[in-house]
Design a binder for this molecule. Structure first.
Ligand code: SF4
Length: 476
């Protein structure tokens, strides 16, 4: 889009939001809990500040085309809702702007050299955990076919580069489901705080904290998979392996820029230590391997035990609809005592690249209405329904990125291959030893040896979190 069209677009967005504010004031209610006012219409780029924990802006590459502003305003409904200026910027760290910037002026903050330093420090035990979507995208950086499932090569390469342990974040995805399904059943039984929203995506969580703080209790209190993976590495895994948690550097490799922000949240510490020390993206892992001349395809290996086994349910966390499908499998088992039929395993209605999808699922005597969405422009519709008391859903999955984490801002920026990545994770789910997290033997072991049961005080301590009203960010 030319700059003149861009200005027109931005003016329209501002006018639309101004109308919302005016209308909301007249009606005595807002579309969001808080709406900002005047906008700096002169801006032609997102004024990302140096202290943004997730995203960097390189003005030398910026052509001031405004594509980033358009993506932020249109898809994520953030820019245009507060008084933006060259020194004031509100960010949910989703990285939609990064994916849109063709000049490479916006990027996820770089931390891979810190990982190299940790690996080269013999006094540290350096542990890496690999998120689901990384394994179907890293091949792009090595000129391999798109959507290749490369987990054994990633594990082997991480060992070759010097990580002491290589673990699977899918293990914690399985754990997320056990806790989230338990929480959902409890809410339904007590008929309170329905719908339950998922909590894996911290760009989404921050969006609610800023714009809909009165609805924070509807979000599951379960930590994201990397949130609980980090806390368990420094507690359960350290104890079992005789490691000093103070000497552990836990690195999470994720498809995501928002994870870099998430690990800075104070409520996600473990016994006074940060649960995750460093987050690197898929791209950074590729850079790290290349810097040490590691040929991805020449290495193979398997995860370390205790936190290295996962079900197919954990694998599909990277896909839009994946968290919901995984949770419903275990909810079905918990309620009926048997595993679900094939149609519920796949649940085609909530798969695919449509921003807002829904399904009704029968579990025993109950009918559960669920929704799955990505990007905040879809989530906003559901949030408004909840606040207005006319939401008919019981459980809602929200992700910030198109297609879910497979389309995250830490991935190679190739929009057209998201479907291939989704298909690759679905195939891995179908081929997994088990497709149910409640049948993962390492999950059974951690509950019997460490956590007790779902929702126990130990589970609350290591697997759950809290959220905060951040609406004041809109006034600064
Ligand atoms: Fe990160 Fe996934 Fe959320 Fe995108 S959808 S911001 S990749 S957690």
């Amino acid at each position: 889009m030319k700059n003149v069209d861009r200005r027109k677009f931005i003016r329209n967005v501002f006018a639309y939001n101004a109308t919302l504010i005016l209308g909301a004031n007249l009606l005595g209610a807002c579309s969001k809990d808080v709406l900002g006012s005047p906008f700096d219409t002169e801006l032609e780029y997102l004024p990302i500040q140096n202290d943004n924990p997730a995203i960097s802006l390189n003005m030398q590459k910026c052509e001031e085309c405004g594509d980033c502003i358009e993506a932020c305003a249109e898809k994520q409904k953030v820019f245009g809702t507060y008084p933006a200026s060259s020194t004031n910027h509100v960010c949910i760290h989703c990285g939609t702007c990064i994916m849109k910037c063709e000049e490479g002026a916006l990027s996820a903050k770089s931390h891979w050299q810190e990982v190299i330093n940790a690996i080269d420090n013999p006094s540290k035990t350096v542990i890496i955990s690999v998120s689901p979507a990384v394994r179907v995208a890293i091949g792009d950086y090595f000129d391999l076919a798109k959507g290749l499932f490369l987990i054994e090569n990633i594990v082997g390469s991480c060992r070759a580069v010097g990580f002491d342990y290589v673990l699977d974040t899918n293990f914690s995805a399985d754990l997320t489901i056990i806790e989230e399904a338990y929480e959902l059943q409890k809410r339904i039984q007590e008929n309170t705080l329905i719908p339950q929203f998922t909590s894996c995506c911290h760009a989404w969580v921050k969006y609610v904290e800023i714009y809909y703080p009165s609805l924070l209790d509807y979000i599951s209190t379960v930590r994201s998979p990397i949130g609980m993976q980090g806390s368990l590495v420094k507690s359960y895994f350290a104890q079992k392996n005789g490691l000093d948690p103070n000497n552990i550097i836990h690195v999470a490799v994720a498809p995501c820029s928002a994870k870099k922000y998430e690990i800075t949240r104070e409520e996600l510490t473990t016994d006074g230590l940060p649960s995750n020390d460093i987050v690197i993206t898929t791209k950074e892992l590729a850079l790290l391997l290349k810097s040490r001349n590691i040929d991805l395809t020449a290495q193979t290996g398997s995860f370390d035990s205790l936190m290295g086994a996962a079900s197919g349910a954990g694998i599909i966390f990277g896909n839009t609809g994946g968290v919901m499908r995984a949770a419903l499998r275990t909810a079905y088992f918990n309620i009926t005592g048997v595993n679900p039929p094939a149609n519920l395993l796949e649940l085609q209605e909530i798969q695919g690249l449509v921003g807002l999808k829904q399904a009704t699922v029968t579990i025993g005597e109950a009918k559960l209405k669920v929704a799955v969405c990505y990007e905040m422009r879809s989530a906003e519709l559901l949030l408004d329904q909840v606040r207005n008391g006319n939401c008919s859903y019981d459980f809602i999955e929200v992700m910030a990125c198109k297609g879910g984490c497979v389309g995250g801002a830490g991935q190679p920026t190739t929009n057209s291959v998201i479907e291939k990545r989704i298909r690759a994770l679905n195939i891995a789910d179908m081929e997994a030893t088990t497709r149910y997290c409640h049948e993962n033997p390492e999950i059974t072991a951690i509950y019997s040896d460490f956590l007790g049961e779902a929702g126990s005080p130990m589970a609350k301590k290591y697997l759950h979190t809290t959220y905060n009203d951040k609406s004041s960010m809109l006034n600064s």
